[in-house]
Design a protein around this ligand. Structure first.
Ligand SMILES: C[S@@+](CC[C@H](N)C(=O)[O-])C[C@H]1O[C@@H](n2cnc3c(N)ncnc32)[C@H](O)[C@@H]1O
Length: 246
């Protein structure tokens, strides 16, 4: 078992030769809070507003799903804002190392909300009686051909008036715009203390593992699933968060 404190992310600080594909293993778990907060502009804002949206949308006696929960940041933001509603949070991740540490973090938290941790692929779980479904930076790791089916399942599992939050890295067209937004992101990472070597090795590692799509793609697919009411509520460089309401 790893210690429960987050270390500084230096996984890509030394030359790796052939850079291995990115996986959510124990090494990533150990540095995850530092990695995500120094890599995703607006991460803290998105997590805290996930709690705000939960306070608005979560109904008594319903389920909230945190899909790709990692160490439970969104789960806890939600849980603290819905106490006393008899709502359950179902937090799902397919990385055993993530879930093991998540379990420790949740055990030391004071929330009174009921939370179930589920070790599964999010494409294989049932979703029902949901007033909120959250996918903060997870859909981008699901194979592209499985994304429509997953979103259709979420639509079916949401109650009328229920809310889906999707936060993602985006791609842009034309390529010149994509490069600009990508360079602004890399400037942000340099500002957070990452070196050029770390930035380029992380990019090589995550390419083909994290597959971003355009905002248009996301919105059109959500509409095809039945979500008529959908909009970005936050964007910083090439990172965006959307709400879709059933
Ligand atoms: C970038 S992290 C999500 C961060 C987290 N939502 C937060 O806001 O702190 C992506 C997570 O999704 C999980 N994941 C990726 N694909 C998955 C899948 N198909 N089923 C379940 N979990 C998945 C990974 O194990 C990882 O923990």
């Amino acid at each position: 078992m790893s210690d429960s404190k987050s270390k500084r992310d230096n996984l890509f600080a030394n030359p790796l030769g052939a850079v291995p594909g990115f996986v959510f293993d124990q090494a990533v778990v150990d540095v995850f809070p530092d990695m995500i907060s120094r890599s995703v502009p607006g991460y803290e804002t998105i997590i805290s507003h996930t709690g705000e949206l939960a306070a608005r949308f979560v109904q008594p006696d319903t389920n909230c799903y945190d899909l790709g929960c990692s160490l439970g940041a969104s789960t806890l933001a939600i849980s603290h804002r819905i106490e006393g509603r008899n709502a359950n949070v179902i937090a799902v991740d397919n990385s055993p190392a993530m879930l093991e540490k998540c379990r420790l973090i949740l055990a030391s938290d004071s929330t009174t909300t009921s939370i179930d941790l589920v070790n599964s692929d999010i494409c294989n779980i049932d979703i029902y009686n949901a007033s909120l479904v959250v996918m903060n930076f997870t859909l981008q790791f699901v194979p592209v051909e499985q994304r429509l089916g997953l979103l259709e399942k979420i639509y079916r599992g949401l109650n009328p008036g229920g809310c889906l939050i999707i936060s993602e890295k985006l791609s842009f067209k034309p390529e010149s715009l994509n490069s600009l937004l990508s360079e602004l992101h890399h400037d942000f990472k340099r500002g957070q203390g990452y070196s050029n070597l770390e930035i380029s090795q992380k990019r090589d590692s995550i390419e083909n593992v994290l597959v971003p799509e355009t905002l248009d793609n996301h919105i059109q697919r959500l509409r095809a699933c039945g979500f008529q009411s959908t909009s970005p509520w936050f964007q910083c460089f090439n990172f965006c968060s959307l709400v879709a309401i059933k």
